[in-house]
Design a protein around this ligand. Structure first.
Ligand code: ADP
Ligand code: ZN
Length: 733
């Protein structure tokens, strides 16, 4: 399987669960996959398709995406076609004839086709090996994207009895999952639920002040890269796109009110890297599959955390570090409240209020945003510091909160647990306002007892007290505060309390804005296994230019040629022969054949100009090399390592004996295992508690890279240990 993966897709490793899912499909079992956007779902049916004798039929509702998906497969040398309403009649019959001649391995079809009896007859007469149902939640009425057309799939299943089915989705509750299995008549499906953590995404919430300027600075940090800015209203998308344009940023608006033609043109420009920034209402995104979106901004509040997760999920599908920033102001909340109040149906209104309250809660967090987001989707994230959200990244300091906590809690009690923090703060700070006087809160003993803190600081402590479980919101929609039982005990016993707040005089970390490309580059450093060291930004730019030219010639999106990970690796390792180019992630045999020389040309001339030499690609599988080439020399170094290990030496001993680093020896072990050699990893593994921790982190991390796994585990764990455990997991799969 790894050989097919390298040959056809150019990748060296599977992403979490891919190997297991593929194994299940190859056993011809019905399979149900829940995996986040960017998790790598497509490969789960595309790779088995290459192994099966017959056709793999892929049902997908995203008609606009089919062509790009098929082009991507074709670029990898895989015979794929699609059938949807965009084909002319002659095109349709050409595709059908090719399919009948078994000249096609993977066929994408739109679900509405399945309602045509003629089409079902056509399918029934073929040898179909696998049916893949993408966006499978569309079949469920419980889901939010129900497509009546998906009900045709039942007929399809019956027309193709005994053909295994894989259903894939990124959004499904327990109920929807159950519904999918039932509707598709899956027999004892194997279920795979991947972690919904997107390890390569960094989540930030910023106060919405001077917001156009702040947004401009942020976008400038990502100059030249693809960014999406989500806004609340159609009008604001237009105004904001114009404002950004005036500030020298190329941005286009996108919303459901635009003419169809304009909309698809805008989308196309974004996909083709002609326009880097789209300012959109949430209508944008469903129909795009762009893997290299580096920044998603919520300029206004999202309506729900589900929406927020889905929209931010469009960033960094290729696994490279990407950012999600939300601008938050209280004024925006009030604005949203106003719209929600207009909803006539009472149940619907309550629901909207509830969803919004969860968004506000997320914005106010003083604890890890990732943990909170995952908990919202029912996932228990164990790490204390994710190193990928503003809360975790902001330096914190501990302070003695005993007195201020007592004051805030007392104020809550004295005012009858009926007020929000804004009013409480006024009372505590002794504000002489009409409302305070009317409520006679100026006569309370807590009036004016806080002198040295601002409203913002009091609010921060109140949020911390909520996180600590001493205070709680009385209801979801009104932000009035009450004491928890623990809060009452605390107040009664006068216990000591230490809290960690944002370090004073130190604003949240953020690279200074600037358009210096080198600087931007450093900020976006790729994860360790994608690009180990500094890569060359100038070369990356040259490679991007070439990629765009080739894409234009072929009339496909640039990422169909090569993804960013591939270009960054090229710019890091400067491969100058076909052989070394083939070790770069994303360079499969077909792409090497078609574009290898073109990219090598650019790399060679850049290397000559700058006097740079090629560097070995770490961790690349060299399984495809013929014997007698460099591989056999390397083969013997692996064999030497293997021999010593078989004699019972530890990794450190082998390293010492052979004059190699531990890292290199671990690399040998990975190669040996990857090449199917029988190496007993048992004695090399860490003790079981550590092994479990690493295994857990590997399974949870949604990325291909080791860096996020390391980040999860912390300083106590070494890369070598992680790599050994990963090899072990592969071996036992
Ligand atoms: P999903 O459908 O789950 O959102 P995709 O199948 O579109 O995800 O994959 C997202 C990106 O990850 C694509 O660019 C794909 O080529 C890449 N990818 C998938 N599997 C791997 C892998 N094993 N190694 C490296 N990249 C991968
Ligand atoms: Zn965090």
């Amino acid at each position: 399987m790894l050989d097919l993966l390298k040959k056809h897709f150019g990748y060296d490793q599977f992403r979490p669960l891919q190997a297991e899912i593929i194994a299940s499909v190859l056993e011809r079992r019905d399979t149900l996959v829940l995996m986040p956007t960017g998790g790598g779902k497509s490969l789960c049916y595309q790779l088995p398709a290459l192994r099966f004798d017959g056709l793999t039929l892929v049902v997908s509702p995203l008609v606009a995406l089919m062509k790009d998906q098929v082009d991507t497969l074709k670029a990898n040398g895989i015979a794929a076609e699609f059938i949807n309403s965009s084909l002319t009649y002659p095109e349709l019959s050409r595709v059908q004839r090719r399919v009948q001649r078994s000249a096609v391995k993977i066929l994408y079809v739109a679900p509405e086709r399945l309602a045509l009896p003629g089409f079902l007859d056509f399918l029934a007469a073929l040898t179909v090996s696998l049916v893949a149902v993408d966006e499978a939640h569309c079949i469920s009425m419980w889901g939010h994207e129900f497509r009546p057309d998906y009900r045709n799939l039942v007929t399809l299943r019956r027309v193709l009895p005994g053909v295994p089915c894989i259903a894939l989705t990124a959004t499904a509750t327990e109920q929807v999952r159950h519904d999918i299995a039932e509707q598709l008549e899956l027999t004892q499906p194997q279920e795979f639920n991947a972690s919904f953590n997107r390890a390569n995404l960094t989540y930030r919430v910023r106060p919405k002040r001077n917001s156009v300027e702040a947004l401009t600075d942020l976008l400038n940090e990502y100059r030249g890269e693809s960014c999406i800015v989500y806004c609340f209203s159609r009008k604001s998308t237009q105004d904001l796109a114009t404002a950004l344009g005036e500030r020298g940023l190329s941005a286009l608006p996108y919303h459901a009110g635009l003419d169809n033609a304009v909309r698809s043109e805008t989308q196309e420009k974004f996909i083709r890297d002609d326009v880097p920034i789209i300012v959109a209402t949430i209508a944008f995104g469903m129909g795009i599959d762009k893997p290299d979106v580096r920044l998603v901004v919520h300029y206004d509040l999202p309506k729900s955390l589900e929406g927020y997760y889905q929209e931010t999920g469009r960033a960094g599908r290729d696994g490279l570090p990407s950012e999600c920033t939300l601008f938050y102001s209280y004024g925006d909340k009030v604005k949203q409240d106003f719209f929600i109040d207009q909803i006539e149906d009472a149940a619907e209104r309550r629901n909207a209020q509830d969803k919004l309250a969860r968004v506000i809660e997320f914005c106010d967090l003083q604890t890890c945003r990732r943990k909170h987001l995952l908990a919202y989707f029912g996932e228990d994230w164990q790490q204390d510091n994710c190193e990928g959200c503003d809360v975790c990244l902001t330096p914190r300091e501990e302070f003695d909160a005993t007195i201020i906590a007592q004051k805030i809690l007392s104020a809550v009690v004295r005012t009858g647990e009926r007020f929000g923090i804004a009013h409480l703060s006024q009372v505590l700070r002794g504000a002489n306002t009409k409302r305070v006087r009317e409520l006679r809160h100026d006569r309370l003993s807590v009036y004016g007892i806080v002198e040295d803190l601002s409203d913002g600081e009091i609010k921060e402590v109140a949020n911390l007290l909520q996180a600590e479980g001493l205070l709680r919101k009385n209801s979801r929609e009104y932000a009035t505060l009450g004491l928890t039982p623990a809060g009452r005990v605390f107040l009664k016993n006068r216990e000591k309390l230490t809290l960690a707040r944002t370090k004073r005089d130190e604003p949240a970390p953020r690279a200074p804005p600037g358009s210096d490309p080198a600087q931007v580059w450093r900020r976006h450093d790729a994860p360790a296994s994608a690009v180990d060291d500094a890569s060359d930004p100038a070369l990356f730019e040259k490679l991007r230019v070439l990629r765009r030219r080739l894409a234009e010639e072929r009339n496909v999106p640039p990422y169909v040629i090569f993804g960013d990970v591939t270009l960054r690796q090229m710019a890091a390792y400067l491969p100058q022969s076909r052989e070394s180019l083939s070790h770069i992630s994303g360079v499969g045999a077909a792409k090497l054949e078609q574009w290898g020389e073109a990219f090598l040309g650019v790399i060679r001339s850049h290397a000559d100009e700058q006097g740079l030499a090629e560097r070995p690609v770490p961790g690349a599988r060299r399984g495809r090399e013929s014997p007698g080439s460099g591989a056999s020399r390397q083969g013997s170094t692996y064999a030497a390592t293997k021999q010593l290990l078989e004699q019972g030496r530890s990794i450190t001993e082998v390293a010492a004996e052979r004059g190699l680093s531990v890292r290199t020896v671990v690399g040998h072990v990975e190669k040996l295992v990857g090449g199917g050699e029988d190496v007993d990893l048992g004695p090399l593994l860490p003790v079981s508690a550590r092994l479990e921790a690493i295994r857990n982190a590997l399974e949870r991390s949604g990325a291909t890279a080791l860096a996020p796994v390391k980040a999860l585990l912390g300083k106590d764990y070494t890369y070598e240990e992680i790599r050994l455990v990963r090899a072990f997991m592969r071996q036992t799969q």
